[in-house]
Design a protein around this ligand. Structure first.
Ligand code: B12
Length: 355
């Protein structure tokens, strides 16, 4: 990891953002006509957001992480009426601001910006649907989503209840239906086809629907005698992926304690230290690039306080297969099923009576 360089960029982010903004508006007064007064404050926020993503990619020493971010950003902005050339200009102004910044060398970040500028035009302007309607699970997911988008959570629940009644195992709701459904919601938001309110409604409804399955979930499997403590790293609001993981581990005989979104690191450490029965595994989930430094310091702090294996995962790791190892984690997985099998193999390496 390259936190020293990333920290330098974070320390200078406000200055770099201001210089980027000033340069772009000074060179191109048309921006005010094009995006209005409101556009100015949004643009300032966006630059800071872009710098956060750039810093995380520098931390991870991974230009592809920033390229993926810019590809995501292009779709978000273009579908909201921003001209692609304006994104390019903004990145160019940021490159000038980086070069002008007096404190420290930002050459790595500058090289990532150049790579993004070279590829920006060829990056897609949209995301294709996550539903593959040749798959039965995806048809169920699509029906459930259609109900949720009508704000009809009862109908959404019914779609899943009917699938269970027709013989679908509960685990498939978590592994085959929920992930593409939630990703499709994200895609629709990203493409400006649904509102933030819809996205929030669907997430809340999905959590409540899953909650309705708990009577069938807990105690449904023979206990393996293994336990897992699972949390979303401090600042992280995305908890559904981690919740999915916890429930799939339960279905596979693990006893799980899910500590939810945005868990302060000191609270996690206190729980590890004070718990009468330390967990066999600690799992940390992270989605947003901004939380990478916190994830790293959490892993380090766990290492200083225990020898419990640590697994990491979440959207942040998509497309960055080396990141878990760079962070010094014991394992990672892209989905819950793979996570269970990796966790089980970590346990084979670690006998159940180890301290
Ligand atoms: C729901 C949602 C939210 C909800 C979360 C509600 C909740 N209670 O969880 C709310 C409204 C809070 C939210 C907020 C934001 N979100 Co949001 N969100 C989503 C959405 C649509 C679904 C997330 C989800 O549940 N996915 C389904 C689960 C099952 O997948 P998963 O999280 O990847 O988890 C799986 C694996 O990663 C793995 N895994 C997860 N954790 C772990 C841990 C371990 C140890 C292991 C081994 C494996 C593992 O197993 C899971 C099961 O398969 C995603 C879209 C997407 N592609 O995921 C966007 C998405 C993640 N959000 C996004 C954004 C931009 C934001 C916001 C910045 C703005 C916004 N849209 O409001 C804020 C940031 C909040 C913050 N500070 O953290 C972007 C991120 C893009 C990027 N470049 O990073 C996405 C991708 C949407 C998009 N397509 O643009 N969001």
């Amino acid at each position: 990891m390259n936190f020293e360089v990333g920290d330098r960029l974070r320390a200078a982010a406000t200055l770099i953002a201001e210089a980027t903004f000033e340069r772009d508006y000074a060179c191109r007064p048309l921006l005010l006509d094009r995006y209005g007064e409101d556009g100015r404050s949004k643009y300032r926020q966006d630059i800071l957001y872009n710098l956060t993503a750039l810093s995380a990619a520098v931390d991870a020493d991974d230009s592809r992480m920033f390229l993926r971010y810019v590809a995501w950003l292009k779709i978000v902005l273009v579908t909201r009426g921003v001209v692609c050339g304006d994104i390019a200009e903004s990145l160019r102004c940021m490159a000038f601001a980086l070069a002008d910044e007096a404190v420290g060398d930002h050459s790595i970040a500058a090289s990532y910006l150049q790579a993004a500028l070279l590829q920006l035009d060829s990056m897609p302007a949209g995301v294709v649907s996550f539903f593959d309607t040749s798959q039965k699970d995806h048809i169920v997911a699509q029906r459930c989503l259609q109900a949720l988008l009508r704000l009809d959570d009862a109908a959404g629940r019914e779609v899943l209840e009917n699938a269970l009644a027709a013989g679908m195992p509960l685990a498939r709701i978590y592994t085959g239906i929920l992930p593409p459904l939630m990703r499709e919601i994200g895609r629709l938001w990203q493409m400006n086809q649904i509102s933030v309110a819809h996205e929030h409604y669907c997430s809340a409804a999905m959590q409540s629907i899953i909650g309705g399955f708990y009577g069938r979930l807990f105690g449904s499997s023979t206990s393996s005698g293994r336990s897992m403590l699972l949390a979303c790293v401090e600042g992280e609001q995305h908890e559904l992926g981690a919740r999915t993981l916890a429930d799939v581990f339960e279905l596979n005989g693990w006893r799980t304690s899910f500590l939810g979104a945005n868990l302060p690191m000191r609270e996690l450490l206190a729980m590890i230290k004070q718990g009468a029965h330390p967990p066999d595994l600690i799992a940390l989930s992270a989605t947003m690039p901004a939380h990478l430094p916190r994830l790293a310091s959490t892993i380090d702090a766990i290492r200083d306080n225990s020898n419990i294996p640590v697994m990491v995962g979440g959207y942040l790791f998509d497309g960055s297969p080396e990141l878990a190892e760079q962070l010094g984690a014991d394992g990672s997985a892209e989905d819950a099923t793979a996570a269970v099998s990796i966790a089980n193999s970590l346990m084979v390496e670690r006998p159940s009576d180890s301290p």
